[in-house]
Design a protein around this ligand. Structure first.
Ligand SMILES: *Cc1c(COP(=O)(O)O)cnc(C)c1O
Length: 413
């Protein structure tokens, strides 16, 4: 009797552990799986029934799983899968999670297993779009160390955005600490040098319930990460843009200058129409004069003419990109004359090169722009020399291939 109870207890416990570990798959962490096994083995040890010699099997059994766990982790680290990485979401192990009351007192953040979060159906973010996102990358260097690129700029941009839509934001220090913790917890997902990077996505949303239009009483700051490949596998690939005449991304006095979630659903339709016609994306004009360049759906734009590189000034309708800001400094240091000003759509006719900038693409050369049915081409079906030069300079700095004279990279471990 005692024996069958003990055996069924053993079987069901190990069964439950097996089910849990296989459903969690690679997510169950090395140390927690070890702890669970150790506890079960110790708690259920049937020495009085099985005798001393049986101990070997009960120790060997959990260790088999430990070895299996280790093997799959090692394979993950070195698998050829890194070569097929695109820009889709690959789920990773942990996300960072922190709550705040409306006065900006953030709780101590914690790392949780990546997965769904609970939200009140009447939360401000679901009902009124009170939310911001950020985007940055971590690169692995050849020597295994990890580099972040200007993460404090993302923290400052989140603070500025939060002010605009009445949310409290984490301090620069809290933001940086959270980014570091999340990257280190998901370290095994950072592609090897040259194979891509870990895309980091911080979110700040109004989670408290509202019914009338008011700021939420509670906020969630969270960060998740996903490994991404180099945006263009075969080096730089020129994109084809169409100038949008009907739809606008932003208006003066609006929220175009902050990374609020509401700015993005509104560009999906213009982008969809453009893609159906074979274009890569949409280039927006200012909504007042319908004459000056603003930006692409999620990238800033630059126009090259001789030694001059011009980009629309950020006056509230254009997102102040960190790549934009960095390219301005890199180009200036290389002797280009960089101008932040109103750039008329007419200037596209005269331009030598056009390129876009953003964290995902870094620098994306533009092969053609179509405006009022007229197609203008750049780079002679290839990549313009200035676009190529700036792309190479900035990516080698971000990846730690050249000394960082700008002081832009932050090394983790
Ligand atoms: C994020 C974003 C950019 C690029 O900003 P980076 O900091 O360079 O990544 C440009 N335009 C829009 C609309 C964006 O959302």
């Amino acid at each position: 009797m005692a024996r069958s109870v003990m055996l069924s207890k053993l079987c069901s416990s190990y069964g439950a552990f097996l089910a849990a570990s296989s459903s969690l798959g690679s997510r169950i962490s090395f140390s927690s799986s070890y702890k669970v096994l150790f506890l079960y083995t110790w708690y259920l040890w049937p020495t009085e029934l099985c005798g001393e010699s049986s101990q070997f099997f009960f120790v060997a059994f959990p260790f088999l799983f430990l070895v299996k766990d280790m093997q799959s982790m090692l394979q993950q680290e070195s698998s050829g899968d890194w070569d097929s990485l695109g820009f889709g979401l690959v789920e990773t192990d942990f996300m960072y999670f922190m709550r705040s009351s409306s006065d900006g007192t953030f709780s101590k953040g914690e790392l949780l297993p990546f997965g769904p979060i609970q939200l009140n159906p009447s939360s401000a973010v679901l009902n009124y779009g009170q939310g911001l996102f950020e985007g940055l990358k971590a690169y692995r260097k050849e020597d295994g160390s990890i580099l972040l690129f200007r993460p404090e700029e993302n923290a400052l941009r989140m603070i500025a955005g939060a002010e605009r839509i009445c949310m409290p934001a984490p301090t620069v220090e809290q933001f940086l600490d959270a980014v570091k913790q999340t990257v280190l917890a998901n370290k095994r997902w950072i592609p090897p040098a040259g194979k891509g990077s870990l895309y980091i996505r911080p979110l700040l949303v109004g989670s408290g319930p509202v019914l009338s239009l008011v700021p939420a009483s509670e906020y969630i700051f969270l960060i998740y990460v996903a490994p991404v490949g180099n945006y263009f596998k075969e080096g730089l690939a020129p994109i084809n843009l169409i100038v949008e005449e009907g739809y606008h991304r932003a208006t003066p006095g609006g929220t175009g200058g902050i990374k609020t979630i509401g700015n993005y659903a509104s560009v999906l339709k213009a982008q969809k129409i453009a893609k159906e016609k074979g274009y890569s994306d949409v280039l927006y004009l200012d909504s007042v004069h319908k004459k000056y360049l603003e930006e692409v759906s999620s990238c800033n734009v630059f126009v090259v003419k001789g030694n001059a590189i011009s980009t629309p000034a950020t006056k509230g309708t254009i997102l102040p990109g960190i790549t934009r800001k960095s390219i301005i400094d890199v180009a200036t240091s290389k002797g280009y004359q960089v101008e932040e000003r109103l750039v008329s759509v007419e200037e596209l006719l005269e331009a030598d090169e056009v390129f876009c900038t953003g964290t995902a693409v870094v620098v994306s050369p533009v092969g053609s722009i179509t405006y009022l049915g007229k197609r203008m081409e750049y780079g002679n079906n290839g990549v313009g020399v200035v676009s190529q030069e700036l792309y190479s300079s900035l990516t080698s700095l971000q990846m730690g291939l050249v000394p960082d004279n700008m002081g832009w990279t932050m090394q983790l471990q």
